[in-house]
Design a protein around this ligand. Sequence first.
Ligand code: SF4
Length: 91
Amino acid sequence: MGCTVGGVGLTICTTMGCNFDCPYCFENHKAGKMSAEVQDDVVALAERMLDAAQRKALSVTWFGGEPLLAPDVIEALSAGKTEPEAHLYPL
Ligand code: SF4
C-alpha cells in the first residue's frame, strides 16, 4: 500500500491459488480465497487510508497467485465503496 500522485494505492491478494505452473514460482498455491471477514477489513482499511490521505481516488493492484481465480472477491471489493465518490476500481 502507499500513496500515488492522485490518490492511494493498495495491492490486494484475492487468492494464493493459481492455475499456472511457472517453473520459477516461489508461491505456495494454497487453495481458497479471501474470506468475507477479510474483505470487510480490506474495505475498512481502504476507507481509513483514503481518510488519512484526504484523497478520494484509490488505485488497486490485484495480486496472487492468480487473482482472477476469485472474481467474486474482486467484484465484492469493487462494490465496497464507502462514499459516492470513492470507488475500488477493478484492474
Ligand atoms: S503465481 Fe504467478 S509465477 Fe506462480 S505459477 Fe502462478 S502465474 Fe506463475
